[in-house]
Design a protein around this ligand. Sequence first.
Ligand code: E4P
Length: 219
Amino acid sequence: MKLFIDTANVEYIREIASYGIICGVTTNPTLIAKEGRDFKEVIKEITQLVDGPISGEVIGLTADAMIEEGREIAKIHPNMVVKIPMTGEGLKAVKTLSSENIKTNVTLVFSVNQALFAALAGATYVSPFVGRLEDTLHEGAEVVSDIRNMFDFYNLNTEIISASIRSPKQLADSARAGAHIATVPYEVLKKSLIHPLTDQGIETFIKDWGKVFGNRSTK
Ligand code: E4P
């Protein structure tokens, strides 16, 4: 499974990119607004940090508005992916943009049927929202796994981005469910990096070494 970071914060992206674990970025209007900065400016900075798919979301609700915005987003950088909400108008926009070879990420997907429609319209990616599904007592990873089985069964080559990840468990569940990609917020990536046994293990190794060879620099 590939990992994307789900943020518009360039400092977070810079730090996680330095670990060599992410190959893409997703944003949404909430994440961009949180930064309080110009959309194009933020996106351009992100394209300098990560050489992979960068999702930027449209705001318009009609197909015409989404298509116009989508074409503008695609012009920012060749790695741009246009994120489009899963509605009838959104599907029309996906159909047009994909016929122009513009990559799309259909967002706010909560069911197998929605994922199927997005794939048939030509979406490059679909984003099932695992965390929001689980907020409403649904099994988020089960939806991801059902979508993966359906895509494999019918040879649909749309990739699944497991989104709205709120915890390390939801990240692991997404991997087990067969998501092609998980897009993960900074805080969840940081939490997933650590384990108390790793810290304890390092402490013991250093202590045992020190008993015999003396303390060494921890630089
Ligand atoms: C990413 O594509 C989604 O916009 C994002 O993961 C939504 O996350 P949230 O449900 O925590 O807002």
